[in-house]
Ligand binder design. Structure first.
Ligand SMILES: [Zn+2]
Length: 395
């Protein structure tokens, strides 16, 4: 347990008497069992509305959370539990008991670049140079459909421009690649993040190849994905880490991609749910189901389009709908850009703008090939991604 004096918590509290613990969310722990264990009033949970309880189901095991305690009597004064990328659950002691709210996660963003010479493999060489597994992983994902890594030779080089988020002095979430180049026997190959974070090559063609089928025939989208949205009536931030497809009860739900069922059963506010693990560190979640298709069980492999269950309203739900969640390296991401059939190609004005945009990066990459200073090696990560699941990460 790490003990540090309070500097980060919000509110008026006596500095000398409070101690901040940083702890890891235990596997199998739920928001309710957490309250119970810490002798916090269970009403904190029961007073949440359905959307908030759904959100409380999103707490990832292994995530670091903070507890502020009074040093004299060990009474909990505040708790901060991150959820998703931008929001954290916040429990605060007041004179009548405890109140619950949500606060944005504060993190720093840094733009960095790294140049690496190939000695064994790009994945390993990026790790050796940066100690940043997630960056190496993101790099491989960005190029895996357009570059044959087996053709690389010793001495080929890699340049990556990326944005890193830091929270409490640790890397938070996956770094975001802005532009990257890999030489294959001296020939340069590029990817550029453009248009909602999708990857395009230098001809304006989309290169990342992970696509999902729409999991259900719906009549409307009743709620969209959002990391953080201010609720003017509740006067607090809300998030919705998935898409809600309103559909008739009993409508078949199909696997959005090939993969393996890694969870099947009740899942907190999500009710009856199935989680499928796909390639490349992706997972999909299907929640509020009425029931499962016969024969579905944990460990079963399913094909894209295969029926896995039926639309219902189990868990905390106000009407029949499918809550569809998408996770990359255990981090909720917006399914909208991934649920589609074809790759996109930039055309017309958009294409012109794109070429102007990448010109600057190409120049910077050329400079970085010869004149660079790589960032200091990473020491620690925030475990929004659990690295023990290396299988998910290394492809
Ligand atoms: Zn939902």
């Amino acid at each position: 347990m790490i003990r540090v004096f309070l500097i980060l918590m919000v509110g008026i509290i006596s500095l000398s008497a409070s101690i901040l613990h940083v702890e890891n969310w235990a596997k199998g722990e739920t928001f309710l069992t957490f309250l119970e264990k810490n002798k916090l009033p269970l009403n904190i949970y029961y007073d949440l509305d359905s959307a908030e309880r759904e959100l409380a189901t999103e707490i990832m095991s292994g995530i670091q959370y903070q507890v502020l305690e009074n040093d004299d009597d060990n009474v909990i004064e505040q708790v901060l539990i991150p959820i998703g990328e931008e929001l954290q659950l916040h429990i605060i002691k007041n004179k009548d008991g405890y109140e619950f709210t949500t606060t944005p996660i504060s993190y720093q963003e840094e733009k960095l670049s790294v140049t690496v010479e190939i000695k064994s493999s790009p994945y390993q060489d990026i790790i050796n140079e940066t100690n940043n597994y997630l960056l190496a992983h993101e790099f491989i994902q960005a190029f895996k459909n357009s570059v044959n890594f087996k053709r690389l030779r010793k001495g080929d080089r890699v340049v990556i421009f990326y944005t890193k988020r830091t929270r409490l002095g640790r890397q938070f979430g996956s770094p975001k690649i802005e532009a990257a180049m890999v030489e294959v026997r001296g020939k340069k190959n590029y990817v550029f993040s453009y248009d909602k974070g999708r990857f395009y090559d230098s001809n304006g063609k989309e290169v990342e190849g992970f696509f999902l089928a729409c999991p259900v025939r719906y009549h409307r989208i009743s709620d969209r994905f959002t990391y953080k949205r201010w609720h003017p009536i509740l006067k607090r931030y809300r998030a919705h880490l998935g898409i809600d497809y309103a559909a008739k009860r009993g409508t078949p739900i199909k696997a959005a991609g090939n993969g393996r069922i890694v969870q099947l059963g009740r899942k907190g506010g999500y009710g009856k749910a199935i989680t499928i693990r796909h390639n490349n560190g992706y997972k999909t979640l299907y929640a509020h189901m009425k029931g499962y298709k016969k024969g579905m069980r944990r460990g079963k492999w399913v094909k894209k389009g295969q029926v896995i269950g039926y639309v219902g309203s189990t868990g905390l739900s106000t009407g029949p709908h499918l809550h569809f969640g998408l996770y990359k390296n255990n981090r909720a991401i917006n399914p909208t850009s991934v649920v589609k059939v074809t790759k996109s190609k930039l055309i017309g004005k958009k294409r012109k703008k794109f070429f102007a945009y990448i010109k600057k990066y190409k120049k910077e990459i050329d400079v970085a090939l010869n004149d660079y200073e790589n960032p200091t090696k990473e020491k620690s990560f925030d475990y929004i991604v659990s690295l023990e699941r290396k299988k998910d990460i290394i492809q």
